[in-house]
Design a protein around this ligand. Structure first.
Ligand code: FES
Length: 90
């Protein structure tokens, strides 16, 4: 435990979300980065237009879909963010 107290995480980096810079800590998923930035919902349901974002957080519900670097329908809760990723919400 004592060794963990001195851990020094790698520096944060940035991704863009709909063109807006968002800071990410190494190892965070895209969904975690959005949540940490205060973005709680980023898409709506097909019927009723209800807001959706992270729900299960483990890749089961598909509520967190985003496009990343041009690849549509990526589960934000599973995808580890990389420096310079371009995330587009719907
Ligand atoms: S939050 Fe459920 S699949 Fe991502």
């Amino acid at each position: 435990m004592k060794d963990l107290a001195g851990a020094r995480p790698e520096p944060a980096f940035e991704i863009t979300v709909d063109g807006r810079p968002v800071s990410v800590l190494p190892g965070q998923t895209v969904g975690a980065a959005l949540h940490a930035a205060g973005i709680r919902s980023w898409r709506t349901t097909r019927f009723g237009g209800r807001p959706r974002g992270l729900f299960c957080g483990i890749g089961v519900c598909f509520d967190c879909l985003v496009s990343v670097n041009g690849s549509p329908e990526q589960r934000a809760c599973l995808l580890v963010a990389r420096a310079g990723d371009e995330v587009v919400t719907s």
